[in-house]
Design a protein around this ligand. Structure first.
Ligand SMILES: Nc1nc2c(ncn2[C@@H]2O[C@H](COP(=O)(O)OP(=O)(O)OP(=O)(O)O)[C@@H](O)[C@H]2O)c(=O)[nH]1
Ligand SMILES: [Mg+2]
Length: 234
């Protein structure tokens, strides 16, 4: 098997649909999933490059592994469930710190999954939030759907991430380009998500190659003095 040229990692709380998104994209189906243990990856050939896409476990007990999976990542997909505000909050509180081991120029996509469920209950939720009182009068605003996430909330998180990474907004891809709403169930925006990232990762691979040796070291040919060249800022 060829060594991957670039790495993309899916992070996010348990049950948000990371495994389902990856299976929808790679296998073109929406199978029953079981909660992920540890992590697993798929290898995707995109143009002439091999990109590994890592699925991680959202369960708290595997949290410690997250930063290991993120090591050297060219892009991280921070996934939440559009029907559970807390899953977005967790991205900032629990998962963002795990990306410190990713590449310095790592890209971040914020992905709100399960939009197919939101469509069913959006009216109640929006009325409750006071955002869209457009429903027929007299409707009872019962709380059928847990707190929904609005696209603006994801954009706000994206901007916070740029700050956390000390990146200037004008040097990073625009929030509108990096915030997605998807459904692994229907396939909505799933190809768009992965293929947008592949297109952005390819130039990073080329840039890295032109800058010299990769960050990983082949220990069979390891020569200590030659190593000082690698890994420094350009
Ligand atoms: N309706 C709907 N259900 C979804 C969608 N994506 C995932 N699910 C369901 O949500 C549950 C959890 O999905 P997983 O893909 O296993 O979630 P995960 O993020 O990988 O969870 P962990 O592996 O525990 O971190 C499963 O029952 C899926 O069938 C979606 O887009 N729409
Ligand atoms: Mg999973």
């Amino acid at each position: 098997m060829r060594k991957p040229d670039g790495k993309i990692v899916l992070l996010g709380d348990m049950n948000v649909g990371k495994t389902s998104l990856l299976q929808r994209y790679m296998e073109r189906r929406f199978p029953d999933t079981v909660s992920t243990v540890g992590g697993a990856f798929y290898l995707k050939q995109w143009r002439s490059y091999n990109i590994s896409i890592w699925d991680t476990a959202g369960r708290e007990q595997f949290h410690g592994l997250g930063s290991m999976y993120c090591r050297g990542a060219a892009a991280v997909i921070l996934t939440y469930d559009v029907n559970h505000l807390q899953s977005l909050v967790e991205l900032e509180e629990r998962f963002l710190g795990l990306t410190d081991t990713a590449n310095a120029d790592c890209l971040f996509a914020i992905v709100g999954n399960k939009v197919d469920l939101r469509e069913e209950g959006a009216a109640e939720s929006q009325e409750e939030d006071g955002h869209s009182p457009g429903m027929a009068s007299g409707g009872c605003a019962s709380l059928k759907v847990p707190k929904q996430v609005r696209p603006e909330d994801a954009v706000a998180l994206y901007k916070k991430i740029l700050k956390y990474k000390m990146l200037d907004e004008k040097d990073a891809p625009a929030a509108e380009q990096m915030c997605f709403e998807t459904s692994a169930k229907t396939g909505h925006n799933v190809d768009l998500l992965f293929e947008t990232l592949f297109e952005m990762v390819v130039p990073m691979i080329l840039r890295q190659r032109s800058q010299g040796p990769a960050q990983t070291v082949d220990i069979t040919s390891y020569k200590p003095p030659g190593r000082t060249k690698a890994g420094c800022c350009a």
